[in-house]
Design a protein around this ligand. Structure first.
Ligand code: HEM
Length: 499
């Protein structure tokens, strides 16, 4: 029986191989089993499993995740073909359940298919909400929140602190103040009950976001079993989240009717969006506004917080790099004032530390999945319409043919690469139409928080042992073990910290 099965699989693989060749599809090195396709191959985290297969079988591979054809791309030149010549054709997103239920039926920025609606949202995000001038006008928020973070760490002097939750709360406060002028974590939280509700929503969003929903790949499960528990949870969460965001919008509408809105420069995102609603009410509905709010919150918080946690972990394992970054800050800023965002341009080594962290631990190791809206050609292979495309930047950013000692943390390697993408070898924020619109905000927040913690504190691991750098599975490449560390204020900073 087993022999028959093996024989069948061998013949099936050979047959598929020839079919792929005739149809000019990318190689598909392992047998795709009936129903599950290649899902049996994958151990988490997915970027590592795909990288292993690509190393053996080439940088453009065709796989089947259940019924879905998936192309995995993992060389700079193949990525370049995808995101330049084929960028428009590959600018769609696959329709997965979270996009339906949490992404307002695929109408929000991250989930919307490529087309006029997405282009419009993208224009608003880039020009109105995340533009350099808007970010500059709201820089006081990031400064306040980083000061508040420093005060929190001061309270933990020489005690064990869990870092990720501190960073996550920082980014959530920054984002919610930019969106709605409210902070829900830490000191001075005005509305305690509202903050509690928000915290519950955030916990549920990121818990469900981290789950891979198998019925997105095996619809047969849905036909047989109906709506899954996972889908019900998404619907329930969306109801609560939508109600919460609507109340924030309504508060602003009420304020506007009383004439108590902010001046132009300090406008929150809700105010900007309601301004657009006034001039085009049919298009800028409350639902569109809520879609933008939730996407920014989901895309702009855990990514930056995770990057800060990886960066601190790397620094704790490389005290000589930490010292060098500290020396740079001391020389450029001194110790009679705290660092601010405008200092970032004068701190090249700190920027190298951030870049090297994003090279080794990019928050989107496979970017966000793309999908082909038409058939296109990559590296001579045909990518049929409706194929999900996973761009494995993790594999490229750790490829020993491209990077010298890629598993080593060496910020100096970015000294000469600063400010360039260097031929698609380093692209933690993606490239092209669907690239990250929050890059500027992320780099400001991560740079300021990291630089400030380096400037103000001495940092130590809990034991002699190195910080464990194992990755867990999850969309934004979380650490398997939350970073814990100890800090104490630096003697030369005591004066300024006690003010
Ligand atoms: C998309 C990385 C922070 C908003 C993406 C993508 C990546 C990425 C790789 C997908 C690109 C693609 O599919 O080709 C990161 C990293 C961050 C970060 C590494 C922090 C270190 C932010 C922030 C915001 C943001 C702060 C905004 C507040 C978005 C949005 C998209 C996106 C809205 C979807 C764009 C679209 O589909 O058109 N990001 N991001 N991200 N990011 Fe970020």
């Amino acid at each position: 029986m087993l022999l028959h099965l093996l024989l069948f699989l061998a013949l099936y693989t050979i047959f598929n191989h020839f079919v792929n060749k005739i149809r000019n599809l990318p190689p598909s090195p392992y047998p795709a089993l009936p129903i599950v396709g290649h899902l049996y191959l994958f151990k988490k985290p997915l970027h590592r499993a795909l990288s292993k297969i690509s190393n053996r079988h080439g940088p453009v591979l065709l796989l089947h995740f259940g019924f879905r054809p998936v192309v995995a791309i993992s060389s700079p030149s193949a990525i370049e073909e995808c995101l330049t010549r084929n960028d428009a054709v590959l600018a769609n997103r696959p329709r997965l359940l979270p996009g339906k239920h949490l992404g307002y039926n695929y109408t929000s920025l991250a989930w919307a298919p490529y087309g006029d609606h997405w282009r419009n949202l993208r224009r608003i995000a880039s020009l109105q909400i995340l533009s350099s001038s808007r970010l500059q006008n709201l820089s006081h928020i990031r400064h306040d929140e980083v000061r508040s973070l420093i005060r929190r760490f001061l309270r933990y002097e020489n005690q064990t602190v869990e870092m990720k939750s501190m960073f996550f709360e920082l980014t959530l406060n920054v984002m919610m103040r930019m969106i709605a002028g409210k902070r829900y974590y830490g000191e001075n939280v005005a509305e305690v009950e509202e903050a509690k509700k928000f915290q519950e929503i955030v916990t549920a969003t990121f818990r469900l976001g981290a789950v891979t929903n198998i019925s997105d790949f095996l619809p047969v499960l849905k036909w047989v079993g109906g709506r899954s528990g996972y889908e019900n949870s998404l619907i329930e969460l969306q109801k609560t989240r939508d109600g919460f965001m609507q109340r924030l919008i309504d508060e602003y509408k009420e304020k506007a009717s009383r004439g108590t809105v902010s001046g132009d420069k300090k406008k929150t995102m809700i105010e900007v969006l309601l301004g657009l609603q006034e001039s085009e009410p049919e298009y800028y509905t409350d639902e569109i506004i809520k879609g933008i709010m939730v996407v920014l919150l989901a895309a702009g918080t855990d990514t930056s917080a995770g990057t800060m946690e990886w960066a601190m972990s790397l620094l704790l394992n490389h005290p000589e790099v930490l010292k060098k970054a500290q020396n740079e800050i001391d020389q450029v800023i001194g110790n009679d004032r705290l660092m601010d965002e405008s200092d970032l341009a004068k701190l090249p080594y700190l920027n190298c530390v951030v870049n090297e962290t994003l090279r080794m631990y990019p928050a989107g190791p496979l970017l966000v999945p793309h999908e082909s809206s038409e058939t296109c050609v990559v590296k001579g292979f045909r990518i049929p319409r409706g194929t999900m495309v996973l761009i494995n930047i993790w594999a490229v950013q750790r490829d020993p043919k491209i990077w010298d000692e890629p598993t080593k943390f060496k910020p100096e390697r970015f000294k000469d690469l600063e400010g360039t993408r260097d031929g698609f070898k380093f692209m933690p924020f993606g490239y092209g139409r669907r690239s990250c619109p929050g890059e500027n905000l992320a780099l400001r927040t991560v740079g300021l928080a990291l630089g400030s913690l380096i400037q103000c504190f001495e940092w130590e691991r809990l034991t002699q042992e190195l910080v464990d750098m194992t990755e867990a599975s999850g969309l934004t490449m979380p650490k398997a073990h939350a970073l814990q560390a100890k800090c104490r204020p630096r003697p030369n900073m005591i004066n300024i910290l006690s003010q």
